[in-house]
Write a protein that binds this ligand. Structure first.
Ligand code: SAH
Length: 217
């Protein structure tokens, strides 16, 4: 495992304060960001920049989300420890680690095999025990449904029906919706079998949510 120095810890404390000043107020989220070594989720050539509030490239042409985005999405979940959460887009595994650190039971899906493999190894070595799946997040994870919360970390063109169907009543889905460029962050709270209350929470930039597994023909 890579090292985690006092300097890294200091930079994480500064990052948490920066996120606080930018609107992240949930203490459980801020503590998780202070705790999880983000530099372990990046290629070592980016190590010196890991605690800047920026997105960075990871393998398979994908990106690790900007810390502010991770902070806000995690906060908007309004999740309490023990809740069952589904994440779409494991990517580096960083957001997944933050959710695990918040005490959530995390399930996460990734369509790129290389990222699925590397996140599986890293998260396990850190002692986290999420359920990770290699597959297409559009289908959700019917075997483990329903979920208290669903968090999508790739840009969807529309809200996938399977994800709405796999939400508990009272549960919420956070999902960036839109085409290339900017997307609107939507929150959908399930009121009943058929009713969802929808609200919008600003503009963000994510890599696209694509159909199918990356290496499936
Ligand atoms: N949460 C990640 C962000 C990664 S970027 C992190 O903290 O690093 C979004 C990820 O979503 C990419 O890894 C991309 O491969 C993945 N993705 C895109 N479409 C998907 C789909 N249909 N199902 C599952 N994962 C998907």
């Amino acid at each position: 495992m890579r090292s985690d120095s006092l300097k890294h810890q200091g930079l994480r404390n500064q990052l948490a304060e920066e996120l606080r000043s930018k609107g992240v107020s949930d203490e459980r989220v801020l503590r998780a960001i202070q705790k999880v070594p983000r530099h372990w989720f990046l290629d070592s050539s980016f190590e010196d920049y890991a605690y800047q509030d920026k997105a960075f490239p990871i393998a398979s042409g994908q990106t690790i989300s900007q810390p502010l985005t991770v902070g806000l999405q995690s906060q908007w979940l309004e999740a309490t420890p023990g809740m069952k959460v589904l994440e779409i887009g494991t990517g580096s595994g960083y957001q997944c680690a933050v959710l695990c650190e918040m005490g959530l039971k995390v399930h996460s899906i990734e369509r790129q095999k290389e990222l699925f493999d590397s996140a599986s190894v890293l998260l396990k070595s850190m002692g986290y025990r999420p359920t990770l799946k290699f597959g297409d997040g559009h289908q959700g994870l019917p075997t483990y449904a329903p979920f208290d919360r669903i968090l999508v970390t790739a840009a969807a063109l529309d809200v996938p029906h399977a994800l709405l169907a796999q939400l508990k009543i009272g549960g919420r889905l956070i999902i960036p919706v839109g085409g290339e460029g900017e997307q609107r962050m939507l929150m959908l709270v399930r009121q009943s079998e058929t009713e969802f209350v929808r609200s919008e929470h600003g503009s963000f930039r994510f890599v696209p949510m694509l159909e199918g597994k990356a290496n499936a023909q």
